[in-house]
Design a protein around this ligand. Structure first.
Ligand code: AP5
Length: 213
C-alpha cells in the first residue's frame, strides 16, 4: 500500500505516520527528517537545504524529487510506504505520479489531516524533539516523563529551529500557496480522505486506521 499524508505544518502528520507505519508494517518516509539528517551530517544536500529549512521555505523540487525517487526504490519500500511531507508542490505531485507509473505502481490513498490554524501554532511552539532518535513530544499534550529528557533514549530535548513564531508564519504562507492546491488535485482523482486532526492523537489514529484498512 502506498499512502500520502497531507496537512499543514503541525497537523500531526509525523505523529500519525509513526503510529500507522508501526501498525501496518510499511516504511515511513519523512522528507523533513531526511533533510534535517542531511543538514546535521553536513552532506551536500544538507548544505544546500539548511537555509531553506531555517527560513521555513521549500527546498527546491529537483532536490526533493531526486531524494524520493532514490528512496522509494529501496528494498524496504517493496511492500509499501507512507510519504510524510512529500509531495508539497504540484510539480512534486506530478513527478511522484511519474516515478510510480514507471514501476507500475500508484498512490492508494491520500490522507488529509485537517486542523485549524490556531491549534497548529500552539502545537508547533510547544513541540519538543529528540535530536538523537527523532522522538517527538509536546510540553502540554505529550510531555516527556522526566524533565527535558527523551523517554526512549534519555537525550536532551530541543525545540526545532523552524518552530520559532516568525518561521512558523512563513511555513503557513508556503503551505497555503504551494501545498493546499494538492487537496483538490487528489480529490479530483478520488484518492483524498479528510480526517479531523483537531482531536486527540489516539482518536485521529483510529479514524486513519479505518480509512486505510
Ligand atoms: P517537515 O518536518 O515535514 O515539517 P511540517 O510539514 O511543517 O510538519 P511538522 O513536522 O512541523 O508537523 P507534523 O504535521 O509532522 O506534526 P507533528 O506530528 O510533529 O518539514 C520541515 C521543512 O523541511 C519544511 O519547512 C521545508 O523547508 C523542508 N521540506 C520538507 N518536505 C519538503 C518538500 N516535500 N519539499 C520541499 N521542502 C520540504 O506534531 C506537532 C506537535 O503537535 C508535536 O509536539 C506533537 O506531539 C503534537 N501533536 C501531534 N498530534 C497531536 C494531537 N492530535 N493533539 C495534540 N497534540 C498533537
Amino acid at each position: 500500500m502506498i499512502i500520502v499524508l497531507l496537512g499543514p505544518p503541525g497537523s500531526g502528520k509525523g505523529t500519525q505516520a509513526k503510529m500507522l507505519t508501526a501498525k501496518i508494517g510499511i516504511t515511513h518516509i519523512s522528507m523533513g527528517d531526511i533533510l534535517r539528517d542531511a543538514v546535521a551530517k553536513k552532506t551536500p544536500i544538507g548544505v544546500e537545504a539548511e537555509g531553506y529549512l531555517a527560513a521555513g521555505k521549500l527546498v527546491p523540487d529537483s532536490v526533493t524529487i531526486k531524494i524520493t525517487g532514490d528512496r522509494i526504490k529501496q528494498p524496504d519500500c517493496v511492500n509499501g510506504f507512507l510519504l510524510d511531507g512529500f509531495p508539497r508542490t504540484m510539480q512534486q505531485a506530478e513527478a511522484l505520479a511519474h516515478l510510480l507509473a514507471e514501476e507500475k505502481r500508484g498512490i492508494d490513498k491520500v490522507v488529509y489531516v485537517s486542523v485549524p490554524l490556531e491549534l497548529v501554532v500552539e502545537r508547533l511552539t510547544g513541540r519538543l524533539s529528540c535530536p538523537k532518535d527523532g522522538s517527538v513530544y509536546h510540553v502540554k499534550y505529550n510531555p516527556p516523563k522526566i524533565g527535558n529528557k527523551c523517554d526512549v533514549c534519555g537525550g536532551e530535548l530541543v525545540s526545532r529551529k523552524d518552530d520559532q513564531k516568525e518561521v512558523i508564519s512563513n511555513r503557513f504562507t508556503v503551505y497555503e500557496k504551494q501545498t493546499k492546491p494538492l487537496i483538490d488535485y487528489y480529490r479530483a482523482q478520488g484518492k483524498l480522505f479528510k480526517v479531523d486532526g483537531s482531536r486527540s492523537p489516539e482518536m485521529v489514529f483510529e479514524e486513519i486506521k479505518k480509512l486505510v484498512s
